[in-house]
Design a binder for this molecule. Structure first.
Ligand code: PMP
Length: 362
């Protein structure tokens, strides 16, 4: 059998070995049903228990009050780009976006199919290497909501604080950093995330939604696009991605066992610091893309000053079992994704490789 590698892919991403082993152990006979979790009915009491356990675990990790529901939907974070405006972007209002990267831009462009959009701030002028000043947002006259992307997977920047916008619903795409650290989730009207980075495998999208938004959702939409129908049916209106939800529930259990979000933050800060240190101590051999104060602890992006060395870096890293380090074409260079499940040892191995590569190639 091939040894497990350190997988720095941006998503689908690495999962904790203990979870994969647990899923493997339960695969043929889940909870004495004599069936795998993929084979049991989504209407069975066993599966209903998984969905409600996952909702409760996420609510407790985020310290959400009873005003919130957690939904497990399909269509990826990308479907939320349009489902949100379909539900909340009414005539005479504007959907406000803080455009800090490609996914924020995509979200804004999808909303433009539905109604009026407005860019309240953007970091496009510097290839999204920073997060704009949040105290001087240029909101539209009648904002339906303000949408942010808390972590910019491609550019490697991350919001370190969130905008204070009083009575306007704050909505966040947290696909690439939900559960990486504690934050005040009760400030948000709606948070969504595709699971395949920090929360489990692909196939399920987590939506954390405040009850007043469930009530205010648009009732003139097809059923699969209605938050109220999804909530009333506890995410079981139609057949859900049951195996993915089961895996998310195991991942939530793992985060709790690790010590919750405070422990996750410590773990992630330490991991990221190894790689940023390798960049900062390289005397310019490596160059970080993000301005230092906005650096993401989830996606570390950097280039090599001599860009001709980049393909060699990627190939040699792969030879050492460090997989998936190639950057997105809009930044170039490298992007190493180090979500919750990436062990400290993976980041140390990468930082050591970076120092060694520099020594051999400068
Ligand atoms: N938002 C962000 C921040 C992402 O990183 C991604 C995926 N890379 C998406 C949205 C799109 O997610 P999905 O593929 O689940 O639609």
């Amino acid at each position: 059998m091939t040894k497990r590698v350190y997988n720095f892919n941006p998503g689908p991403a690495t999962l904790p070995l203990s979870i994969l082993e647990k899923a493997q152990a339960e695969l043929l006979n889940y909870n004495n049903t004599g069936m795998s979790v993929m084979e049991i009915s989504h209407r069975s009491k066993e599966f209903e228990a998984i969905v409600s356990e996952a909702e409760n675990r996420l609510k407790s990790l985020l310290q959400l009050n009873d005003d919130y529901r957690v939904l497990f939907l399909q269509g990826g974070a990308t479907t939320q780009f349009s489902m949100i405006p379909m539900n909340y972007l009414k005539q005479g209002t504007q959907a406000n976006y803080i455009v800090t990267g490609s996914f924020a831009d995509k979200a804004c462009k999808e909303a433009a199919f539905i109604g009026e959009t407005h860019v309240a701030a953007s970091s496009k002028d510097a290839n999204h290497s920073y997060i704009p000043e949040l105290t001087s947002l240029n909101l539209s006259d009648n904002p339906a909501y303000v949408h942010i992307t808390s972590n910019n997977t491609i550019y490697g920047t991350q919001f370190k604080e969130f905008p204070e916008i009083n009575n306007v619903p704050l909505i966040a795409d947290m696909s690439s950093d939900l559960l990486c650290k504690p934050f005040d989730a009760n400030k948000f009207a709606l948070i969504y995330a595709g699971a395949q980075k920090n929360l489990g495998p692909s196939g399920v999208t987590i939506v954390i939604i405040r009850k007043d938004l469930i009530e205010a959702s648009n009732k003139d939409l097809p059923s699969m696009l209605r938050y109220d129908i999804m909530a009333e049916n506890n995410s079981l209106y139609n057949t859900p991605p049951s195996f993915s939800i089961y895996m998310v529930n195991l991942m939530l259990e793992w985060v709790i066992e690790q010590g919750g979000l405070i422990a996750m933050e410590k773990h992630n800060d330490e991991k990221a610091s190894y790689i940023y240190q390798a960049i900062d101590s390289s005397s310019g051999f490596y160059k970080g893309h993000s301005q230092p104060e906005f650096r993401s602890t989830m996606n570390v992006t950097f280039t090599i000053a001599n860009s001709e060395l980049e393909s060699k870096f990627i190939a040699e890293a792969a030879g050492k079992g460090l997989i998936g380090v190639k950057g997105h074409r809009s930044v170039g260079g490298m992007r190493t994704s180090i979500y919750n499940a990436m062990p400290k040892e993976g980041c140390l191995a990468l930082a050591e490789f970076m120092a060694e590569f520099q020594k051999n190639n400068q």
